[in-house]
Design a protein around this ligand. Structure first.
Ligand SMILES: [Zn+2]
Length: 848
């Protein structure tokens, strides 16, 4: 029965990539899973209603790390009564992650049933069907069994056609310990004691709509919940560990509002009877949009009154909106294959900001999107080791690796560009058309462009294909001349690269670019929209004087950078100082200059001079952008002899805003954010007075004398670790700390350059432990980046390269190349500009 047929191994492709044939198609899975939380195992029984499309003697589906005990087939043709026939061979190919089930005779065409029985282990690898532990309020260890199937891990829980295009319905039954909460995608339709063992119960769920396997979910554990109900009767619940249900209240209110918002925006009712949001003790991603049962890492779902920071509440609201938007975009309409992952993720990323901007207008989250999402992605996508948005992938490790800033953030940025280009009404109508047309099926990028094209009558497919199939983005160079009362603006495009160089391929790159030109007029702004479809074009702005400000790509509507000629830039610099530009423009002009500096197109001294125009700045996001820039300069200079001069210069930038805001909270939320950021920056820049105050407050906190909010606590923590708490590295391997949290501690720690060398050594010395702890997790790619990202020399790049060529890690190849490219770029930058930076800083220090 379970014999291994070696001949079969030869028939599979030698590489580990394998796509399922479409000879047999599943329609409905009846899946019954018994979960044992004491021995960490599960036992499954499955009857799949299938359609045999072509004559075959075998059924091929995905399965990995499962033991298939039996497999039978029964033909159902409506006439005769057929019996189940046993398979005569079941071959599991671990490399291709498939099971080949062979029968002695050809299967009848048409409908049939495949019956399988299998065993599996609740692993501790945070994928497939896995276990995680936590300590409850009584100090006892508890376990949760939960799933993370995206992208290719449903096959670790049950044999299935585990590709997004094989949509089917699921009829789930879970047999679980009687005292546990057991959830799946749909609502419970029956619950009764398990006949064979009264300590267990049998929970049956209603049949799901047609859906992809990666969106299925189960959670078994001890939970409380808070709930509400929408006007359409959908029950919305937030599940939290027992005793913590108050912490779910904020997320519940956001979920209710977001659900209503999307139902109205998409004009399609939420298709399931219930929506649960639940927190998990261990999770390798922030959250997962399983249809009707969204799973979260606890810190992304729980809001603790008076403790969680404003930034924390914003993050939670954004993540909740992100996952809820997926219920339509991704779940109802799904990408055909992982090549189009960006369709799902880029969309949800754009929609999270769109929705939260509507729900919490005073947060101004578009600015947050610019600083946290768009600007860093422009840096990333300028690397020669970036990749196009649509990327051919096949093997699971390749698929894992494209859950990266390109798929999420570039995707979102492009959708924002299109939204601005065709306007909200057309964008909304296009989405409604697309979602209606492709409900319960699968799509490729073109299908979305066609929908936008149909409603807007604009050549969206032509425009967007250039952006999705090419990696990188353009740099628009802007110059102008005055002709009487008209201003002539000359725009030209070239590819922007991180090192400033263009190879033959780069020189050929060309985009159709939606460009907005904003002219400042006495009553506000006048926006002109054009499509830049040539290499160079002249735009005539009638009745615009030489003194009027002209901004290209205001509010970063388009995904590209702008290089202004000197005269225009000087004009803008004055406007920055006077704050007559919008915050988004103040920060984007600065960010573009910074990128041009790194690419060697503008000298670092010009940037340092420009930063001084911001001393009276008050906006949080602008400060955020400046602090990112200051940090990078600090890391760059940290191993040079002018680091102290730089620190003094940078502290000076922040000094005026710090004396204005001080240490204590005002009622205004944006004040709190800025205050926190400024203190954070000054701690990092080792300002002696701020460090001293922070440590005093830290001691007060340790003695619990004063109540200090979470925001300040985190900062004080930073001050403490920068004084030598390097053994925090060890938390990476502490099994009792959720993997995501221990990663977060390290990512905070490395903000301080003191930690860079020790962390790199610690990583090399403990390489195998790192590999074990983060094996196969998307986190591994981030760990690799974080241990070497900050270096800035050719010698370090070679050292990192040599280490990883002797110690390769499967699945992080691209991430590693990007990191090494980054180290080399910084090395070149330092070589190019160090002398000039030093003389500038010396000059400033004597004039201060
Ligand atoms: Zn997502």
């Amino acid at each position: 029965m379970l014999s291994m047929a070696s001949s079969m191994e030869d028939r599979l492709p030698p590489e580990t990539c394998f796509r399922l044939p479409k000879t047999v198609i599943p329609h409905l899975y009846h899946l019954r899973m018994k979960v044992d939380l004491e021995n960490f195992t599960f036992h499954g029984q499955e009857i799949v209603e299938i359609d045999v499309k072509q004559e075959t003697k075998e059924i091929i589906l995905n399965a990995v790390e499962l033991k298939i005990i039996s497999a039978k087939f029964k033909c159902i043709d409506g006439k005769a009564r057929h019996q189940f026939v046993d398979a005569n061979k079941i071959h599991l190919c671990e490399k291709s992650e498939v099971a080949i089930i062979q029968f002695s005779s050809t299967l009848n065409l048409g409908t049939g049933q495949l019956k399988l029985e299998f065993n599996g282990t609740l692993n501790n690898k945070v994928k497939g069907f896995y276990r995680s532990n936590y300590i409850n309020a009584e100090g006892e260890e508890r376990f949760v069994a939960s799933t993370l199937f995206q992208p290719t891990n449903a096959r670790r829980a049950f044999p299935c056609w585990d590709e997004p295009e094989f949509k089917a319905k699921f009829h789930i039954t879970l047999i679980v310990p009687a005292d546990k909460v057991a959830l799946s995608n749909t609502n419970v339709i029956s619950q009764q004691p398990f006949r064979e063992n009264k300590d267990f119960k049998v929970v049956e769920y209603s049949i799901t709509p047609l859906m992809s396997t990666y969106l299925l979910a189960f959670v078994v554990g001890d939970y409380d919940y808070v709930q509400d109900k929408t006007n359409n009767g959908v029950a919305v619940r937030v599940y939290t560990p027992v005793g913590k249900k108050k912490e779910g209240a904020f997320s519940l209110s956001v979920a209710m509002k977001a659900l209503k918002f999307f139902e109205e925006y998409f004009k399609i009712s939420y298709p399931l009877p219930k929506l649960d949001l639940i927190s998990l003790p261990a999770f390798s991603v922030g959250a997962m949009e399983n249809w009707g049962l969204i799973t979260f890492l606890e810190s992304y779902l729980h809001i603790i009154h008076r403790v969680t920071s404003t930034r924390g509440r914003q993050e939670t609201a954004l993540v909740v909106a992100h996952e809820i938007s997926h219920q339509w975009f991704g779940n109802l309409v799904t990408m055909k294959w992982w090549t189009y992952l960006w369709l799902n993720e880029g969309f949800a990323m754009f929609m999270q900001f769109f929705c939260i901007n509507e729900l919490f207008a005073n947060w101004n989250v578009w600015l947050k999107m610019i600083t946290d999402i768009i600007n860093p992605t422009l840096d990333f996508d300028a690397l020669s080791n970036s990749h196009p948005l649509e990327v051919p992938v096949c093997h699971p490790s390749e698929i894992d690796e494209i859950f990266d800033p390109i798929s999420y953030n570039k995707g979102a940025s492009l959708l924002r560009m299109i939204h601005n280009y065709i306007g909200n009404e057309h964008f909304k109508e296009g989405l409604q058309l697309y979602l209606k047309k492709y409900s319960y099926s699968n799509t490729v990028s073109k299908d979305l462009w066609k929908a936008f094209e149909e409603v807007s009558q604009q050549p969206i497919e032509n425009i967007m294909t250039k952006w999705t199939k090419q990696k990188g983005f353009p740099l628009i160079t802007v110059s102008s001349r005055q002709e009487g009362s008209n201003r002539i603006v000359i725009l030209s495009q070239k590819k922007f690269t991180a090192n400033g160089k263009l190879d033959e391929e780069d020189k050929k790159a060309f985009w159709l670019i939606p460009v907005t030109i904003r002219i400042q007029i006495p009553s506000g702004n006048d926006d002109k929209r054009i499509l830049l479809s040539d290499e160079t074009t002249e735009v005539i702005l009638t009745d615009v004087s030489i003194n009027q400000l002209v901004i290209v790509n205001p509010e970063r509507f388009g995904f590209y950078r702008v290089n202004y000629e000197c005269r225009l830039l000087n004009q803008l610099k004055i406007a920055i100082r006077e704050k007559s530009l919008k915050p988004s423009d103040r920060l984007c002009i600065q960010n573009d200059v910074f990128a041009l500096v790194k690419a060697g197109k503008v000298s670092t001294v010009k940037l340092l001079e420009m930063l001084e125009a911001f001393v009276d700045e008050e906006n949080f996001s602008v400060w955020n952008s400046i602090s990112v820039c200051a940090n990078e300069l600090y890391y760059l200079l940290s191993s040079t002899d002018c680091v102290e001069l730089f620190l003094a210069y940078a502290r000076n930038l922040f000094s005026r805003i710090h004396s204005k805001l001080g240490w204590d909270h005002r009622a205004n939320e944006s004040n709190i954010l800025t205050l926190t950021l400024v203190i954070e920056s000054l701690i990092l820049l080792r300002d002696p007075l701020v460090l001293e105050e922070a440590l005093t407050r830290y001691e007060a906190l340790s003695n619990r004398v004063t109540m200090i909010s979470d925001e300040i606590t985190a900062l004080i923590y930073d001050a403490a670790i920068s004084n030598g708490y390097v053994n925090l590295f060890r938390t990476l391997f502490n099994d009792e700390i959720p993997i995501q949290d221990s990663y977060n501690i390290i990512s905070r720690l490395v903000l301080n350059p003191i930690a860079h060398e020790p962390l790199w050594h610690f990583f090399q010395d403990n390489f195998h432990q790192f590999k074990n702890r983060f094996e196969n997790l998307p986190l591994m790619s981030r760990v690799v980046r974080i241990v070497c990202y900050y270096f800035a020399s050719e010698q370090k790049a070679n050292e990192v390269e040599a280490f990883f060529s002797n110690n390769p890690i499967v699945g992080v190849e691209l991430g590693l190349k990007q990191a090494i490219e980054g180290i080399r770029l910084k090395g070149d930058w330092l070589k190019r500009d160090l002398a000039a930076i030093k003389s500038f800083l010396l000059n400033r220090s004597t004039s201060r």
